[in-house]
Design a protein. Structure first.
Length: 377
């Protein structure tokens, strides 16, 4: 079948992207689903900062690539051996396919699935296949098993979480990356305890989700830090008790002051080593720093080594919120239903597929939280 999709041909094209057009909308041929694969009509796909990192080359994947890793849609066809999904089911994509059998999966760490990681690095679906083709027969790579910037996509069963249809797909989509990554970092990676102070650095879709997760976990105070004024207002709507604009206040001193010694848990959702060091400095003795953002691979982190031992400080990484998607997406959706995760506040605006390059310009300028491409599913 045919599908219109946003294809990344070359990394490192300069902003503004509306002019340099790193993403080109192409009409592609999409092969039907193979064994344990599913054809999904995409209803909505979010623009995430880590897509931007692929576009600008700081997180390289094999090209040409059908981009997009946060998506939700409707099952239209199933391949052989898919016995637990049917046409019409609503699904949210997981950007790590979770095989369920490797040593990571069996120890409850599906976000680190070894087979899923290998497929993502290779630009294929979980079993090594590629399903997008140009007219001349060239195969295109899949982005993290999702390739959401396309009217239709084929995904491994293990990349999909079936969800109830009471939550509209244009909201459900946000659970695929922003909510799983941000809320998961709070409740899975850090296991934030009620009544403990939290700081969140960087208020994009993921950072704001961490703020919401901290509120749902009962943290207090919840201190949100960003260089853009409007994001601080949004953070308050998402549950932040205090906000800091680094231009006006030294965030480390301000957090130590507000928490009488430092945050119990600090989250870094910017993806910069300097901000990670700042987050670490903003924790109290015995505190925990959680790295969520993805810094450029060339960046090195410098910390006072003795503080790790003598002050029992912890620095931990959180990839996809340490989530097992079939366990955590329904769980986080229940928090949304209970009114404890106002996920709709993450949405800045909706776009058409053809506006994808402009959307990345807005994201690059830091003006927006989550923009969502809407399709006609
Ligand atoms: Zn993402
Ligand atoms: Zn696995």
């Amino acid at each position: 079948m045919k599908t219109n999709a946003a294809v990344l041909k070359q990394m490192g094209r300069p902003a503004p992207y509306a002019a340099s057009k790193p993403l080109v909308i192409e009409e592609l041929e999409l092969d039907g689903p193979g064994p344990r694969e599913v054809l999904v009509q995409i209803a909505a796909a979010g623009l995430c900062h880590s897509d931007l990192s692929v576009i600008n080359g700081s997180r390289p994947w094999p090209l040409p690539l059908v981009l997009g890793h946060e998506a939700a849609g409707i099952v239209r066809d199933i391949g052989p051996d898919v016995d637990d999904l049917k046409p019409g089911d609503h699904v949210v994509f997981s950007y790590v396919p979770v095989c369920g059998r490797c040593s990571m999966c069996v120890s409850g760490r599906g976000n680190l699935c070894e087979h899923g990681r290998a497929a993502n690095v290779a630009g294929t679906l979980l079993r090594g296949t590629r399903r997008f083709r140009r007219q001349d027969g060239t195969l295109l790579n899949h982005h993290l098993g999702v390739s959401g910037f396309s009217e239709y996509t084929v995904a491994a069963r293990e990349s999909l979480v079936r969800v109830d249809d009471d939550i509209p797909l244009e909201i459900a989509v946000l659970f695929g990356c922003a909510v799983m990554t941000g809320v998961g970092a709070v409740v899975n990676t850090a296991k934030v305890a009620p009544g403990t102070p939290v700081a969140v650095f960087g208020l994009g879709g993921v950072g704001l989700s961490a703020v919401m997760g901290a509120r749902a976990a009962g943290a207090w105070p919840i201190i949100a830090v960003d260089t853009v004024d409007s994001k601080l207002e949004l953070a308050k709507c998402c549950g932040a008790s205090h906000t800091i604009l680094p231009r006006l206040d030294d965030p480390v001193a301000a957090i130590k002051d507000l928490t009488h010694g430092g945050a119990e848990t600090a989250f870094e959702a910017v993806g910069h080593a300097k901000v990670l060091a700042q987050s670490y400095a903003a924790t109290r003795r015995g505190g925990k720093t959680v790295a969520i953002g993805l810094p450029h691979p060339d960046q090195q982190l410098s910390l006072q080594a003795v503080s790790i031992t003598a002050e029992e400080r912890q620095l931990v990484g959180s990839y996809m919120g340490s989530c097992v998607p079939p366990r955590d997406v329904p769980r986080f959706m229940n928090l949304y239903r209970a009114g404890m995760l106002p996920v709709e506040k993450l949405k800045s605006r909706e776009l058409a597929l053809a506006q994808v390059n402009e959307g990345f310009d807005a994201l690059d300028r830091g003006e927006v939280a989550r923009q969502v491409i809407r399709f006609h599913a």
